[in-house]
Design a protein. Sequence first.
Length: 145
Amino acid sequence: MKILVINGPNLNMLGIREPGIYGAETYDTLLKKIKAYCGAKGVEVEFFQSNHEGGLVDAIQGAYGRMDGIVINPGAYTHTSIAILDAAKAVSLPMVEVHISDVSKREEFRQISYIRAACAKTITGHGTDGYLEAIDFLLEASHEG
Ligand code: DQA
């Protein structure tokens, strides 16, 4: 099974940005943690991060025919981007939405998620462990399907 992990704007700043909300773990440490987890589960993993909406759309499109599932944290584009939702619908790959913080308990403007409509599951507020839970979900779903 091949999974693409996509992170949107400012997630490359993990460890530096608002550590009280997003924790002290860096983006690099997050990738290492996911890589080790996937290695142990026999899952092939690729990573993509961009601060640009179009880059995220390209990454989703590029997964078509190549990847078996996507874990996505679109960052602030979660709350604004119809283009990212449309890309997700276009490729129609099993997808899980992840947020490090518990967006449901945050500002009003974070209560909308466009990508959610294309995701089989949303994991929010479990810190970076949420990415690992998302991988488990995709793995289990692939065995069921
Ligand atoms: C986030 C939550 C978003 O509202 C925010 O814009 C982010 C990170 C999270 O992981 O908690 O950049 O997706």
